[in-house]
Design a protein around this ligand. Sequence first.
Ligand SMILES: Cc1cc2nc3c(=O)[nH]c(=O)nc-3n(C[C@H](O)[C@H](O)[C@H](O)COP(=O)(O)OP(=O)(O)OC[C@H]3O[C@@H](n4cnc5c(N)ncnc54)[C@H](O)[C@@H]3O)c2cc1C
Length: 543
Amino acid sequence: MAAPFSAGTRDAAVGALPGETFDVLVVGGGITGAGVARDAALRGLRVALVERVDWAAGTSSRSSKLIHGGVRYLQQGDVGLVREAASERTVLRRIAPHLAIPVTMVMPTYGRAMHAKLGIGLWTFARVAAVEPAERHVMWDRETALREEPTLAGDRLHGAAAFVEYLTDDARLVLDTVRGAHDAGACCANHAEVLTLVRDDAGMLATVRDRLGGRTVELRARVVVNAAGPWVDDVRRRADALGAARLHLTKGVHLVVPHARLPVRHVVVMQAADRRSAFAVPHGDVVYLGTTDTDHGPPADHPTVTGADADYLLDATRRTFAGAPLTRADVVAAWAGLRPLLHEPGKQPSELSRKDEIMVADGRPLLSVAGGKLTTHRRMAERVVDLVLARLGRAAPSRTATTALPNGTLDAAALAALAARLERELPALGAGGGRRLVGLYGAGAERVAARARRSAVAAEPVPGLPGVLAAEIEHVVAEEMACTLEDVLERRTRSLLFDRRQGTDGAAAVAGIVASALGWDAARTAAEVESYRRLAASLLEFP
Ligand SMILES: Cc1cc2nc3c(=O)[nH]c(=O)nc-3n(C[C@H](O)[C@H](O)[C@H](O)COP(=O)(O)OP(=O)(O)OC[C@H]3O[C@@H](n4cnc5c(N)ncnc54)[C@H](O)[C@@H]3O)c2cc1C
């Protein structure tokens, strides 16, 4: 039985890093690093995984949260990628059913030619991707489209296509994947930054700074995997191994509006002014809108959402939906992420390849990985670990396609039953609260509920955070390695993204619970609340 995945385990992991020579050090705890660490640990390698901020703190908590079937790759003529995306979607449904939720996506058509072309495209996709009969697309005429999705603007509408896509929670997928690595024996520490990487006899010597405790430790690894996402070039520079291939970062923004202002029934594909597709995705009592695709300079922890980004998306909603036009005043939350793509001279942001790439450093056991997707991360990790094993002169088959993630042990029917039961047993969760809890924690929702049953205080909702019990906050600190208020509210409960007040009304109460668990004093607690409120406000400034 692995040790609990807590802040205490993190401290112990940092302390243990200098004690041995690891087979592989993975730098970066986004979906790429998490996937590589889990695969390598399940194949019996000694793995260290270090993350500068928090699990999923980079791009992997700021995506559109879609597990793509791959329709768009068909448009680009990449049949191999279509098949890979479709088969990875099936794997994810098997190993983490709570993180691959089927939804109907509606793509409006504007004219006979567009309607016919889309129908042929989806027909081809269904064959190439071997889509199950129950999930095949249907084409709607105008009348049906307006009946099924009454929010659509009718003036130019010809009809629509409806097909099944899958939604995930990106940060929760990363967390479960890191926990899978931890359970398989990997030494995992968040808030631990790789400062330098130098060649030594065993392989590479890394200097790692504990950003919470302030200490600096050294660790040895035979092979290093640089999975630092937008910071891949930065880590290569720290290893003095910046090769010819360079990253090209593009920014993608999402806005959140109340569902009452845009009461979509389905995920709807919007067409923006430049003819790019964007999505409106219903999520509880809000809808998120995204995304943009614009050039971005050096990586930033919290890329800015500008007024131009906001207006681009709001304009796309006005082109697609009837009803009172949305304005900046309707936006209750926002996020921005950076795509770590490979630079291709002369190409526009939306033309850059979305394929993953593994770059091998000259004369050093250093592999850098860029450009992957949440959807296909598991296969990419498998390819990376195959290369690592070849370097180590070892062989072992990957087990990630058949091993459930730690919270992924219940199928869809069992998850629905659990959600209904928790809502009956814990009335403080409110309507839809059981579904929210199960959506975030999967089978682990039962552990949150067990905490709530043990103490009346834990069973109370957090003041200012409807539907979130004190037990949930205690759980993410004790069992999900949350170490700061931002860790809790941005990437565990997702309040920063999906609460209609960005979680700010509950921030002080949550900080109080975390303070008791982690021993924060009054000054630290106040600083955490202040820093969180500043972050939330900055995302809605729209400079
Ligand atoms: C707007 C947007 C929408 C997207 N939508 C989708 C989608 O719907 N479906 C899909 O499949 N994909 C989507 N993607 C793509 C997907 O989100 C990314 O490709 C993926 O999350 C990248 O993960 P990563 O682990 O490589 O990078 P990251 O998640 O950024 O992880 C890298 C990590 O490395 C850490 N790090 C950096 N330097 C150091 C250091 N020196 N020491 C230790 N750690 C370090 C960082 O803190 C960071 O957490 C989207 C991307 C964007 C930007």
